[in-house]
Design a binder for this molecule. Structure first.
Ligand code: GLY
Length: 436
């Protein structure tokens, strides 16, 4: 079977790595990923030029295309590939609105009475935002309706000082049609612990993966700017130390109800559904959906797959997806990023990655935003690479990941607290406080 992975980063490297032993592997990527280029035939080009990707797929007799990032999904890459006879792991443009149009997503919850929703309102003018916020007595989150590359959502208490700043930012979103819509969503700010559940979907059936928790703050102790995610962990048994089986099951039920609703309101959803939840005193609430694997969370779950990813892809396109099995291990992923990230870049500087030493430790490296020139790896300014380890406990996986992080030399840093017992316990205590 010939499988084409579309995408350039660590998430796509993890997808390619999980496929490499079972398929003839191809990749279409905007930059040459030093890891993917070793294991796949590849073409370099803009993943958003969907006709060119489809031509590459047709020219190479691809059986299944696996779409990594959200931007090409928003442009209709799956519709284009399917028009050309290529089956896809990824939703159609219409079904991908679960991520690309946040007002569609919230309305779906309302119209289909799906549990786990929250107080929200969609606005298309500043005066209405202002009047609403004058009467709203809790902190809010401001979200552009469309895609903003992870940079549009602003939270009062994190990016914004108060609801007054939320008003000003809402105006900016509407006036600049940020994310391609002249609308903004205001949501209540939820208090709790965030967690991620990713699921394979074949349009009708959903196979959930182990839960994971991302760490969006740049610095240790959850300080600093909110970034693309500095690392994540998952636990044996598929739950998290603060997440019970009932909470997990409830979140999966929300995702199943969403899958049914998308099929009625848009088209059957095939691909990966990423649910970002907040565990609150009232149970899990849906913060947002993504129409693709999470980054870094993909790196936690994909190396643990027991069912071959190639078989899962085939089942997704055939519409007969069953239970997907994972090795019962904990995992810890730590992102290596340029010093000063996300403020300064160090773009162009070389880093040394001792892949052999990382492998000898039993860890894995997945390359993200780095360049490859004359066999040298260059920083680009964004997250450089993910280091992932698994073990019989989060603590064991964390220790291996930490040792592996020392195998990277250059002007880089990582959050050494991700997955440590101290930080995990802090999450557990936080959740206990909320529940009492
Ligand atoms: N972990 C955040 C994301 O994948 O969007």
């Amino acid at each position: 079977m010939k499988v084409l992975v579309v995408g350039t980063g660590a998430r796509e490297h993890a997808i390619a790595d999980a496929l490499k032993d079972d398929v003839e592997l191809y990749c279409y990527m905007s930059k040459v990923n030093p890891g993917i280029s070793k294991i796949a035939e590849f073409a370099q080009g803009d993943e958003g030029e969907i006709e060119k990707v489809a031509k590459f797929a047709v020219d190479n007799n691809i059986d299944i295309a696996f779409i990594g990032p959200e931007a090409p999904l928003g442009k209709g890459i799956v519709d284009e590939l399917e028009k050309n006879g290529i089956s896809c792991v990824g939703p159609s443009q219409s079904a991908a609105r679960i991520e690309t149009d946040k007002s569609f997503m919230r309305k779906l919850f309302e119209d289909y009475d799906i549990e786990g929703s929250l107080v929200y309102k969609v606005f298309d003018n500043y005066d209405d935002v202002s009047a609403f916020l004058d009467d709203f007595d809790r902190d809010v989150v401001v979200k552009p309706v469309g895609l903003t590359g992870g940079k549009g959502v602003k939270i009062v208490g994190d990016h914004l000082k108060d609801n007054h700043e939320a008003k000003e930012y809402s105006k900016e979103v509407i006036d600049n049609a940020m994310g391609g819509f002249t609308q903004v969503i205001i949501e209540e700010r939820l208090i709790g612990e965030e967690f991620t559940i990713q699921a394979f979907c074949d349009g009708t059936h959903l196979a959930p993966m182990p839960a994971a928790q991302d760490h969006p703050h740049a610095f240790e102790g959850d300080a600093g700017a909110i970034t693309g995610g500095m690392g994540s962990y998952s636990d044996k048994g598929g739950l998290l130390p603060f997440l019970s089986q009932d909470d997990y099951d409830e979140a999966v039920k929300i995702m199943e109800a969403t899958l049914k609703a998308i099929a009625k309101e848009a088209e059957p959803y095939k691909g990966i559904l990423y649910g970002q939840f907040m565990l609150t005193a009232d149970g899990p609430k849906l913060i947002e959906y993504n129409a693709r694997f999470g980054d870094p969370e993909a790196m936690n779950v994909l190396p643990l797959l027991k069912t071959p990813l190639a078989d899962v892809c085939q089942a997704i396109v055939d519409g007969n997806l069953d239970k997907v099995e994972f090795n019962d291990k904990a995992s810890v992923c730590k992102y290596i990023v340029p010093d000063g990230y996300p403020e300064t870049s160090h773009a162009g500087e070389t880093i040394e990655v001792d892949e052999k030493a990382i492998e000898d430790l039993g860890a894995k490296v997945f390359y993200a935003a780095v360049g490859l020139e004359d066999d040298e790896i260059h920083l680009s300014g964004s997250r450089a690479l993910g280091i992932v380890a698994s073990g019989d406990s989060i603590e064991e996986a964390e220790k291996i990941a930490e040792k592996a992080c020392a195998c990277i030399k250059g002007n880089v840093y990582h959050r050494s607290d991700v997955g440590t017992t101290d930080l995990v316990n802090k999450r557990v205590e936080h959740m206990k406080e909320i529940l009492n």
